[in-house]
Design a protein around this ligand. Structure first.
Ligand code: ADP
Ligand code: 5GP
Length: 195
């Protein structure tokens, strides 16, 4: 019997490098990235259906009422949620699926999908985190301040994750996440034996 794919939840404060790390992981054709829906406005070169599905508040709330999300949460002033259907279909096909979501969402996924694997991407320091967030050039000063404040709260929750990976050198961070995926696939709890 074919094993269903892994469900990987990746969190970490804004600017830690989650998006950068995930963009390397999805080069593997067995890995899919879930595209979330959000009520926040697109920033920079973001396109609807590529980085996010950009929904109005009403549209988002309709999808909540139709039970269309695996999880959803509010981060700063906006809703963010993981559409259920693609994730379920990919896992059935044996693809590993990554959810790049914030800490409240991770808690909800853990409750509804207990075999998910949670990974916290940790910045090397708060100074480097702020430098990366500013260096990305996507946020207003007000947003940087809000995200840094939220980052402190999020870092305190890293211990609730199955794994914590520091994103110091990008290549090392990506290799460490790949090592986690490899080890989890070999876990006796997940394998179904034909013999
Ligand atoms: P997140 O998705 O966690 O908000 P990003 O992936 O957008 O973070 O990364 C924030 C900024 O930091 C980007 O400009 C990115 O190029 C840079 N960055 C990511 N990882 C590293 C790293 N290991 N070393 C240096 N810069 C990095
Ligand atoms: P950003 O506005 O920087 O794209 O995302 C803000 C935060 O929301 C990040 O921590 C990101 O991981 C998280 N996020 C993105 N999509 C989802 C989602 O579907 N659900 C939850 N709970 N968080 C999400």
């Amino acid at each position: 019997m074919k094993n269903s794919g892994l469900l990987l939840v990746i969190s970490g404060p804004a600017g830690a490098g989650k998006g950068t790390v995930v963009s390397k992981l999805v080069k593997d054709e067995n890995i899919r990235l879930s595209i979330s829906a959000t009520t926040r406005a697109p920033r920079g070169k973001e396109e609807n259906g590529r980085e996010y599905y950009f929904y109005g508040r009403e549209q988002f709330e309709k999808m909540i009422s139709e039970n269309g999300f695996i999880e959803y949460a509010q981060y700063l002033e906006n809703y963010y949620g993981t559409p259920k259907r693609p994730v379920e279909e990919w896992r059935k096909e044996g693809k590993d699926v990554i959810l790049e979501i914030e800490v409240q969402g991770c808690e909800k996924v853990k409750n509804s999908v207990p075999d998910c694997i949670s990974i916290f991407i940790m910045p090397p320091s708060m100074e480097i985190l702020e430098k990366r967030l500013r260096g990305r050039g996507t946020e207003t000063e007000e947003n940087i301040q809000k995200r840094m404040k939220r980052a402190k709260e999020e870092l305190a929750l890293a211990k609730n994750y199955d794994y914590v990976v520091v994103n110091d050198t990008l290549e090392d961070c990506v290799e460490n996440v790949k090592a986690i995926i490899t080890a989890e696939k070999l876990s006796s709890q997940r394998l179904s034996f034909d013999i």
